[in-house]
Design a protein around this ligand. Structure first.
Ligand code: C2O
Ligand code: CU
Length: 578
């Protein structure tokens, strides 16, 4: 079973255990004897099963099990210890076991709340809050059910509950100091005499037509996607960004392009957002060949979804053959681009540049031809082999370049089952094809560094967070949400390793600005194919990725989930050079 599946099973068992105890307690309170006993027996069984999932999760990695071992296990044991003996033998009046069963229910429910609302890392504060909740709820039930706890017991309960509550709140709510200073001494780019490719992009609201319907968009030059920017390696790219009327501001972020920090386009970090009527000039040298894209980074979730994005392609020289960019996007619920068919002479070298500009993964399948994956995230792969009837999954923000000689008979590219580009009708559309695992594709070579100067672990989860004093269910990194996540501080020249752990139930496409990272391993299995230098990769539920890079591009860099709604809801951290 994958760790992601284990996490799900464990969660279901936790819910069933709590429901079994609570239901049993309630049934006992109203003297429904058989029901009460059945539910209690069920809760006991679920507790046993849960012992297995917790141990399995701990073996998959402490990150997945910490609060379960430290909070849920002791509370479950207390539940069994208190409720179990009262059922052997079953007393004549089943109502007399109602409070112990309810206690077991409160104990397991509060442990469940710790997992769902607090998560990783386990904390003493959260544990104490769970204890306080259990004791308080039990005391209330005790009173309500008319039983009269002795004075001494009531006092002890009161002291434990209040003590645990006060300490728990104290330990949990003490705010962590926000650490990233969003510096405002933005640096200027230098002017140069090199061959310069100049572009102007004007951001504004626009009405665009998608599959025959007019939709309201935010667009560069009134088109979605914005104009395709192309350059030849060595050119200087100079882009003037103007904002006509996007009230919340715009910027240009060169996704996957490792530009100097001052050109990275992250408002509040590398520049101020460009407001209506203002402009900003970006300038960088196109020294990386490959497929990239640009997008606004100001209220990026809304801005990109509404259409503020476009393609950036840097070629090594003049195009030989057919070179097609296919940026996939969902605009107002409708898929882009519109399907396109063109005749291509057999034998023509074709390169399809697939770009996922959405916030979730897309599945691409090429029917009617064998192909190779020549590059991922702009970086060429080593020794890619020929593939046939194989699908590829591209994470949010990611790019795959597929190459092949045009076949005699038609070929077609399908995205999530929809044909977007073809040379004619294909006879066999893609079916339930296997998916390429890039970690085992192509020819391996040794990791270029003997050791790592810094290591950081990022544990991705969900949890309750206070944001401007308003509680929100945030997407968290190491139990904190932006802007309270400590930055990863490195020195120029360091070889840095990140371990990225997903203990949540959803995919997090990870994206570090300003650097490509080399994939070392996934779930402890070393990458065995071509070196993979990625800027966007899906960390699926239960997965653990190890990646590394050399810190060679000074500045403050966003390091975030590229499901941009998650990034906005807390899952944004920063890499910072000291
Ligand atoms: Cu494509 Cu910070 O993003
Ligand atoms: Cu995410």
């Amino acid at each position: 079973m994958t760790t992601g599946a284990l996490l799900a099973v464990d969660l279901v068992l936790a819910v069933l255990t709590a429901a079994g105890w609570l239901g049993g307690g309630a049934a006992a309170a109203v003297r429904r004897r058989p029901l009460a006993l059945a539910l209690a027996a069920f809760a006991l069984l679920a507790t046993l099963a849960r012992a297995i999932t917790i141990v399995a999760l701990a073996r998959a990695g402490w990150w997945f099990a910490a609060e379960k071992v430290l909070v849920a296990a002791p509370l479950s044991l207390a539940a069994v210890a208190v409720a179990g003996p009262r059922l052997l033998p079953v007393p004549g009046d089943v109502r007399s076991v109602a409070v112990p069963l309810l206690f077991a229910g409160y104990a397991t429910s509060s442990a469940l709340l710790v997992t769902v609302l607090h998560g990783y890392p386990a904390s003493v504060g959260a544990g104490l809050l769970a204890v306080a909740g259990t004791v308080t709820a039990t005391a209330v039930s005790w009173r309500a059910l008319g039983a009269r706890p002795s004075r001494a017991i009531s006092r002890v309960a009161l002291v434990v509950a209040v003590g645990a509550l006060v300490t728990g709140v104290g330990l949990t709510v003490v705010p962590a100091a926000p650490v990233v200073h969003h510096g405002h001494g933005y640096r200027e780019a230098r002017t140069t005499d090199e061959p310069t490719r100049r572009f102007t992009l004007t951001a504004g609201t626009a009405t665009v037509s998608v599959s025959g319907r007019d939709v309201a968009a935010w667009a560069f030059d009134a088109q979605v996607p914005g104009p395709e920017l192309t350059a030849t390696v060595g050119d200087v790219v100079e882009v003037t960004l103007r904002n006509r009327n996007i009230g919340r501001g715009v910027t240009l972020h060169w996704h996957g392009y490792d530009v100097p920090n001052s050109q990275d386009g992250v408002p509040g970090v590398t520049q101020a957002a460009v407001l209506p009527g203002q402009e900003f000039v970006y300038r960088f040298r196109a020294d990386q060949v490959g497929t990239y894209w640009y997008h606004t980074h100001s209220v990026s979730d809304v801005g990109v979804r509404m259409g503020l994005y476009g393609v950036l392609v840097v070629r090594p020289g003049p195009v030989a053959g057919l070179d097609v960019t296919i940026p996939v996007h969902t605009l107002a619920g409708r898929p882009l681009p519109a399907p396109r068919t063109e005749r291509v002479e057999a034998g023509t070298p074709v390169r399809l540049r697939l770009i996922n500009t959405d916030s979730t993964t897309h599945r691409y399948a090429l029917a009617g031809t064998a192909f190779r994956v020549a590059a991922i995230d702009g970086a060429d792969l080593r020794g890619p082999t020929s593939l046939v009837d194989t699908a590829v999954l591209i994470p949010a923000g990611g790019r795959y370049d597929l190459v092949f000689p045009a076949p005699e008979t038609p070929m077609a590219l399908f995205v999530d089952g929809r044909a977007v580009y073809s040379t004619g009708p294909v006879s066999t559309p893609p079916g339930d094809w296997p998916v390429l695992d890039p970690l085992g594709y192509g020819v391996a070579s040794a990791v270029p560094w003997p050791r790592f100067d810094r290591t950081f672990t990022l544990v991705l989860d969900r949890g309750l967070d206070l944001h401007d004093m308003l509680p929100r269910y945030a997407h968290t990194v190491n139990g904190a949400a932006d802007p309270d996540i400590p930055p990863q501080v490195v020195r120029l020249g360091d070889v840095v390793r990140f371990t990225i752990v997903n203990r949540s139930a959803i995919v997090h496409p990870w994206h570090l600005h300003g650097h490509h990272v080399l994939v070392l391993s996934r779930d402890r299995r070393p990458a065995a194919g071509s070196p993979l230098w990625l800027d966007s990769f899906d960390v699926r539920p239960g997965e653990v990725w190890e990646v590394a890079f050399r810190a060679d591009n000074p500045g403050v860099w966003a390091n975030h989930c590229h499901n941009l709604a998650h990034a906005d809801a807390g899952m944004t951290t920063h890499l910072m050079y000291s």
